[in-house]
Design a protein around this ligand. Structure first.
Ligand code: GTP
Ligand code: MG
Length: 502
């Protein structure tokens, strides 16, 4: 391995990679990180807005150390056990060494965001993933040896594995194997806060898991019937029913419950959105790759105090803040879930209603981390998801963030490629004023232009013109306020009795 992995240059990372070649034939690369115990949250204190306490998030950490008690947990619980000591594995099929390094760096960041300690990363160059075991069959034994030697309890594979690949790898390595999709689902499960977010993630997890229930094969195999009699069984489990059947039944019941719950929650959200729509308050959705700095920008623009964290998917529940333009028109800004390459399909589905906030926006602020090694890859990944949620036709303002961190030469190139983009640093505040002006200029303007003489006792109407319309001129006369403004049709109707000849 001769290229420099991304994390080597990053001060925030305490682990430095070294690499060893495990295989004689040199197609399996092993990277080790020396993991130093360091308190990342202390090392990376950011004050882009009020910082929320992470304690409640960390309190969500699940039970650990159940590995020895596998027999007593259901597969659903087993799948959701926290990952602690992991080995990453990826099959590298296309692209450059730098692409492979970026992809592995991202997988590592995802794993750490999920709370794991990454011990090693193994990359194999191959034409295709092996249909039976993901990495090449010949390499599985080496991987198993590595896992045993390091005392790892989980292997995380980049990509989405078929049920057969998962099962085969688990059987041959004797540890839990998860793929990138379930890793992302796990992160979402840890981070979701609202009732709706939680329900959506759980639903996505169960749907994903349902396809992959393997039952306890080999040394994990168990028949529950006999044990149930011993008092360890779960009520309602029929004699001789396997854990697999129990799990399936439980999953199906839970899925129906969640669907019902989501239908109720969705109705509430719909009402809220309809209200905003009726008031014709323009809405701006901040979208972008995870960790690009969306929440930091929302905080900068509105002082919202949204959680900012150097972790992937810090934000899962959309936050909407109302703010005003310089000429005091109201508009809303919504912070959204970060996007990621190969966002699991189940998740796009599950988050459709959350993402619909973006799909119904008048303007998208598309935030990109200008300091990322591959900003245009981020841009593309986000656009793919935007297309999936039918938001591709919404006007988009591209914002390159983290200009304080980015390489100046790279920024110059981006400026040439994207002359209309805004370049900001949410950290230093550079460019934020320009961003605010550009947002205001891009907001839809009300359709009706009129002149009206509003009597002083109808100050409420003047107030609404200020907030929901665009006041062009106003003048106090003896009989009332003489104003020229652009307003929406509803408001124009209400102003009709006071209209003057233009
Ligand atoms: N140096 C620098 N760091 C920034 C800047 N903007 C944001 N960050 C940092 O980048 C990290 C991610 O910022 P967030 O605002 O949480 O990013 P996000 O896009 O909301 O991320 P998710 O919600 O996880 O998708 C945090 O550590 C921020 O402090 C910037 O302009 N410069
Ligand atoms: Mg965020």
């Amino acid at each position: 391995m001769n290229s420099v992995p991304q994390w080597e240059a990053d001060d925030d990372q305490s682990a430095a990679p070294t690499s060893t070649t495990l295989a004689e034939d040199d197609d399996l690369e092993v990277r080790s990180w020396t993991i130093e115990a360091s308190d990342a949250s202390e090392a990376d204190v950011d004050y882009d807005g009020d910082q929320q306490d992470l304690a409640d998030r960390h309190s969500l950490r699940r039970v650990i150390g159940l590995r020895t008690e596998l027999e007593d947990v259901t597969e659903v619980e087993y799948r959701q056990l926290r990952l602690e000591r992991v080995v990453l594995a990826s099959v590298w099929t296309t692209g450059t060494q730098a692409d492979a390094d970026n992809a592995m760096a991202e997988l590592r960041l995802l794993a750490e965001t999920a709370g794991s300690e990454v011990l090693e990363a193994v990359v194999q160059r191959r034409q295709h993933a092996d249909p039976a075991t993901y990495i090449g069959r010949g390499k599985v034994a080496e991987l198993a040896g590595l896992v045993a030697e390091l005392g790892a309890d989980t292997i995380i594979c980049d990509g989405e594995l078929s049920p057969a690949q998962l099962r085969n790898l688990e059987d041959r390595t004797n540890v839990k194997v998860i793929d990138r999709t379930s890793l992302i689902l796990d992160i979402f499960a840890q981070h979701a806060r609202s009732a709706e977010g939680k329900a959506q993630v759980e639903l996505a997890q169960l749907q994903y898991l349902k396809q992959r229930l393997r039952g306890w094969g080999g040394n994990l195999s168990r028949q529950a019937g006999g044990r149930a009699a011993g008092g360890a069984g779960i009520g309602g489990r029929g004699p001789g029913e396997t854990k697999l059947e129990t799990d399936r039944r439980r999953i199906n019941t839970r899925i129906s419950q969640l669907r019902a719950k989501l239908r109720t929650l969705d109705a509430t959200r719909e009402t809220k959105r309809a209200n905003r729509h009726r008031n014709q308050v323009p809405s701006v959705a901040i979208v972008g790759y995870t960790n690009a700095g969306k929440s930091s920008i929302l905080n900068r623009l509105t002082g919202a105090g949204v959680l900012v964290e150097n972790a992937l998917f810090a934000t899962l529940d959309p936050t909407t803040r109302r703010t005003q333009t310089a000429d005091s028109r109201d508009y809303t800004l919504t912070d959204t879930v970060g996007f990621v390459r190969h966002l699991p399909h189940d998740l796009v589905e599950a988050f459709r209603s959350t993402l619909e906030e973006s799909a119904q926006a008048d303007l998208l602020l598309h935030v990109i981390d200008g300091s990322d090694p591959d900003p245009l890859g981020q841009l593309q990944a986000v656009r793919t998801v935007l297309e999936q949620i039918d938001a591709a036709q919404i006007p988009e303002l591209i914002v390159f963030n983290k200009t304080d961190l980015a390489d100046p030469a790279a920024l110059t190139t981006l400026r040439t490629q994207y002359p209309d983009a805004v370049f900001v640093s949410a950290r230093t505040g550079a460019g934020i004023n320009e961003l605010r002006q550009r947002v205001e200029a891009a907001l839809p303007t009300p359709q009706v232009e009129l002149t009206a003489l509003v009597p002083y006792e109808r100050g409420d109407l003047v107030d609404r013109v200020h907030r929901h319309g665009q006041l062009l001129t106003s003048e106090y006369t003896e009989t009332g306020t003489l104003l020229r403004a652009r307003v929406h049709e509803d408001l124009a109707d209400e102003l009709a009795p006071f209209r003057q000849q233009d």
